[in-house]
Design a protein around this ligand. Structure first.
Ligand SMILES: [Zn+2]
Length: 105
């Protein structure tokens, strides 16, 4: 059986559909039999959905304008990577918080 720690490191990428096919299958198989990791995945999905809902409330013309500016700058790719890493680490911190809360209960 795959260790929870190994799966835990892949959950954020799993939720954001950034895993390779083999890793994706590995995570799915683990989630099918591990309630704890399923719960973590559900928390990530909930957080992602909340973030997406917040994004959709921004008017389309403003979003389009922002994305056009981003695409027009070569350095924007680095900004996107940084933003992605920031979100990823935020999710990892959330996971650690969930783990600590579970231990405290
Ligand atoms: Zn697990």
């Amino acid at each position: 059986m795959t260790e929870c720690n190994e799966i835990s490191e892949m959950l954020v990428d799993y939720v954001n559909r950034r895993l390779q096919k083999v890793e994706n299958i590995q995570v799915i198989n683990h989630l099918a039999q591990c309630k704890c990791c399923r719960s973590d995945a559900a928390a990530y999905i909930s957080l992602k959905n909340h973030a997406l809902e917040s994004m959709t409330s921004i008017p389309k013309d403003i979003m389009d304008s922002a994305f056009n500016k981003i695409h027009s700058q070569e350095s924007a790719l680095d900004s996107c990577k940084l933003a992605y890493e920031t979100v990823k680490y935020s999710m990892l911190i959330l996971k650690q918080t969930i783990t600590l809360v579970r231990q405290a209960i």
